[in-house]
Design a protein around this ligand. Structure first.
Ligand code: NAP
Length: 248
């Protein structure tokens, strides 16, 4: 369905990003995986795509919070695989604490990666997409960006911020054929959620009407839809993937 399209997935070495990278490869994309530190994980995902799926995948180590690094990465991806058609802004971190204990530097760091990272990547690919009059940008927000969450003021700001960024860039790029949307996952089983205490996990589970946690593939399937031509009349919106969590 996406044969020959070039997809850049930030934070593609683990969790949701890894599932998105594999899904994109299964649909025929040439896949660029970005990550910041886990070389082994990134190599394993690329090997799986190249050897098992007989796809095309390359890895790019870069901190998305640093504009210069992002510019160089995007240039390199274009040289290696071709101009980027699909950008998935998935890289994200948490530094949780209640507001009274939340350090300003932890506020800044989470903002730099989660929002500034997406901003840097969008800026770096936008011109190329506008020229081609085609592009799909998908930002990974979170249910907590809509509900708030105790102990995550910094993270919640970034995830609401990505929704505003999505709407604004969708408006700015619509006339050039570039679609910009967000996906807001609920509680998905990855290393990010693994580190939460059991009582928090149980409390979360009680808030999910479907009664179970999501898998990275549940998010990847929706990202794939937004990346495909089947969603061409959708822009500026957020799709929730949370087992009904937002309703309760
Ligand atoms: P994860 O397992 O912790 O993986 C995070 C990924 O982001 C890794 O690939 C990591 O690379 C990369 N990354 C972190 N900082 C980076 C930076 N500065 N530059 C480039 N890459 C960076 O996280 P996840 O649970 O899959 O979450 C993925 C996204 O979904 C995040 O934006 C998260 O906020 C969002 N989300 C997750 C959930 C959930 O329940 N899991 C729910 C809602 C939203 P390394 O491997 O090199 O460290």
């Amino acid at each position: 369905m996406l044969n020959g399209k070039v997809a850049l997935i930030t934070g593609g070495s683990r969790g949701i990003g890894k599932a998105v990278a594999i899904k994109m490869a299964e649909l025929g994309c040439k896949v660029a995986i970005n990550y910041v530190s886990s070389d082994k994980n990134a190599k394993e995902v690329a090997e799986y795509i190249n050897n098992e799926l007989k796809g095309i995948c390359k890895i790019y180590k870069c901190n998305v919070a640093v504009e210069e690094e992002v510019k160089n990465m995007v240039k390199q991806v274009s040289e290696d695989l071709g101009d980027i058609d699909i950008l998935v802004n998935n890289a994200g971190i948490t530094k949780d604490n209640i507001i009274l204990r939340l350090k300003p530097e932890d506020f800044d760091e989470v903002f730099e990666v989660n929002v500034k990272g997406a901003f840097n990547c969008i800026k770096a690919v936008a011109r190329g997409m506008m020229k081609k009059r085609y592009g799909k940008i998908i930002n990974i927000s979170s249910v907590v960006g809509f509900t708030g969450n105790v102990g995550q003021a910094n993270y919640v700001v970034t995830k609401s911020g990505l929704v505003g960024l999505t709407k604004t860039v969708a408006l700015e790029l619509a006339s050039r054929g570039v679609r910009v949307n967000a996906v807001a996952p609920g509680f998905i089983e990855t290393e990010m959620t693994d580190k939460l205490p059991d009582e928090v996990k149980n409390e979360m589970l009680n808030r999910i009407p479907l009664g179970y946690f999501g898998k990275p593939e549940d998010v990847a399937n929706v990202v794939a839809f937004l990346a495909s031509p089947e969603s061409d009349y959708i822009t500026g919106t957020t799709i929730h993937v949370n087992g009904g969590m937002y309703l309760s």
